[in-house]
Ligand binder design. Structure first.
Ligand SMILES: [Zn+2]
Length: 571
């Protein structure tokens, strides 16, 4: 049998294009049909598939599952590599278990978990970024009716196949070349004496009047941000830039929603982005004081693993990751996954560039992005030259622009080194993230039929008592706040008789309720034996039957979230 490493398309050391990413998934599915299913959850307007790979023993059997997605934003390619690394490790659990140094109990858990992995939510966007370097948020399309405003449309002007940046000499320019690094543009200060530059994307201005140059806007000609297009707390684009015409308007986001709606068994949800080096957890729309405290405690466990394995801090979306204070992002994917799908959902912004630059963490993490100083950028350029093959800051080349005249092209290519980690660091990012996520996957509930007791009674009647338990970390409801979701049904037991009969036919269907798990997160005082006590045995439930005659009782116990366990009780 092939060794997993031999089947790798190199995603731990490179950013794969669509064909190679597709090839990787198909390779696994062909090599390990007993462990993998690959399906398309959406077809993009450019005709690509949004692939989902399901991995686990008996991949078609519904049971507690976890979700990983990446590359919803076009340039955030490292998310695809990390998602593929998690997929490879999910296979490795079954194929090469000796490769892990997890404890026995963790490995035991992981053998039961089903992984749903979508390595690239926006294949059209990623392909465009990989091929051309074009600045692009999510998807390379613009179907708006209103097209009257002047706007930048990035495109390749000099025929080199790439879409880079343009700098234009302008006495009113906001940028100036750094003395320490020729070609590097930095923020102008009062003391600088020029020359000064304006910076635009390589491309043309639509509806140009020959005089006025519009300000480039990152959603200018690609107005959809898929991470604002999800239905939970969606708001239209005059409230939330990038929202799209309506929630789920795009095939990529709709495909995710359709799959998630049909698969209530998803208990954890990792949404991979770049960059920053941070875990962003709920709530996104309110401070921690409004959060379910039991959920928060579970996220503290995740925080501990993440900081131990990766050094990434964990922040609340609302407290530390709002671009504008007290203006929550609307329609984003993890808010949907947490509030609406009841998943332990979070974002990881891969690649801790700020730490590499030696920057001090500001009071709110999001301020890192604003507080990069001139000397930080110079440090970045030196690092790029010495350790990243100068990928981020190529040389400028003179060019005659059809609308703006003489200018220069090139200069900035943030794909590898800013948006994504350099190739020689990618393997480490993949390994540490997979290591954390596998622990998260090991938290899912697991229901079992723990005991079947038969008591013979007078009159040929047998009393059958079945004890069902959850031995998982999470309850059968998932995170505690998810109990309120209407699809989050309690466990129930269905009985069929074979030869014998139930004394009370109504007992054929019994609602058992939810079963707690044993986990409760961190910092809940459980370690302090001042007042000894835990939950009662709320991880168990019982179904009881009075059966007349001989034969067998066929039982099916579970819920749409946990899947079902079955047993045949001979009488
Ligand atoms: Zn992103």
């Amino acid at each position: 049998m092939a060794v997993l490493a031999d089947l790798s398309f190199g995603f731990r050391n490179a950013y794969l294009d669509y064909d190679r990413l597709t090839g990787q998934l198909q390779q696994w599915a062909e090599a390990y049909p007993q462990l993998c299913r690959v399906r398309s959850i959406a077809k993009t307007p450019e005709g690509r598939d949004v692939w989902l790979i399901a991995i686990g023993a008996e991949p078609d059997r519904v049971r507690p599952a976890v979700w990983v997605d990446g590359n919803l934003h076009a340039a955030e390619l490292a998310g695809s590599s990390v998602a593929l690394a998690i997929a490879e490790d999910a296979l490795r659990i079954h194929l090469e278990p000796e490769a892990f140094d997890f404890s026995g109990p963790v490995m035991d858990r992981l053998r039961d978990v089903l992984f749903y992995i979508v390595p690239r939510i926006s294949p059209d966007g990623a392909e465009c970024v990989l091929r051309t370097g074009r600045p692009l948020r999510s998807v390379p399309r613009d179907r708006r009716a209103e097209r009257g405003q002047p706007r930048w449309v990035p495109g390749d002007l000099d025929g080199d196949g790439r879409v880079m940046a343009m700098r234009v000499l302008d006495p009113g320019g906001e940028l100036v070349e750094a003395h320490e690094f020729p070609g590097l543009l930095v923020e102008r200060s009062l003391d600088d004496d020029g020359p000064f530059y304006k910076l635009y994307p390589e491309g043309l201005i639509e509806n140009y009047d020959g005089k006025r140059v519009p300000s480039p806007f990152f959603l200018g000609d690609n107005p959809i941000d898929l991470n604002r297009n999800f239905p939970y707390d969606w708001a239209p684009s005059h409230h939330q830039a990038g929202a799209g015409p309506f929630a789920g308007s795009e095939p990529e986001s709709r495909g995710v929603m359709e799959f998630a709606s049909a698969h209530p068994e998803i208990f954890a949800w990792l949404d991979l982005h770049t960059f920053g080096g941070v875990l962003i957890r709920p709530l996104g729309n309110a401070p921690d004081s409004k959060m379910d405290p039991e959920d928060l405690a579970i996220f503290r466990q995740l925080e501990a693993w993440m900081s131990e394995q990766t050094g990434y801090p964990t922040v609340s979306g609302f407290d530390e990751f709002l671009y504008e204070p007290e203006k929550p992002l609307r329609g984003d994917l993890t808010e949907y996954a947490y509030h609406q799908r009841g998943a332990l959902a979070y974002v990881v912004e891969l690649w801790d560039l700020f730490k590499r630059l030696g920057m001090e963490r500001p009071s709110k993490f999001v301020q890192f992005y604003e507080r990069v100083t001139r000397s930080d950028i110079i440090k970045l350029a030196w690092w790029d030259r010495d350790e990243n093959e100068g990928r981020c800051f190529p040389k400028w080349k003179p060019f005659e622009h059809p609308q703006l005249g003489s200018l220069e092209l090139g200069g900035v290519d943030p794909r590898i080194g800013i948006w994504n980690p350099p190739l020689h660091e990618l393997a480490m990012v993949c390994a540490t993230q997979a290591n954390v996520f596998l622990r998260v996957a090991a938290m899912v509930p697991r229901i079992r039929i723990a005991h079947v007791a038969r008591h013979h009674m007078p009159g040929g009647i047998t009393r059958v008592e079945v004890r069902i338990t959850n031995d998982g970390y999470l309850g059968t409801y998932g995170i505690p706040s998810a109990k309120k979701l209407d699809f989050n049904e309690p466990l129930y037991a269905k009985a069929k008789t074979d030869g014998c009969e139930l004394v009370d036919v109504g007992a054929a269907y019994q609602v058992l309720g939810h079963l707690d798990g044993w986990g409760h997160g961190l910092h809940t005082g459980q370690n302090l034996p001042a007042y000894p006590g835990t939950r009662g045995n709320t991880n168990s439930a019982w179904a009881t039957y009075l059966v007349r005659g001989t034969g067998a009782l066929e039982l099916e116990i579970g819920s749409c979230r946990t899947g079902f366990v079955t047993t045949r009780v001979a009488l």
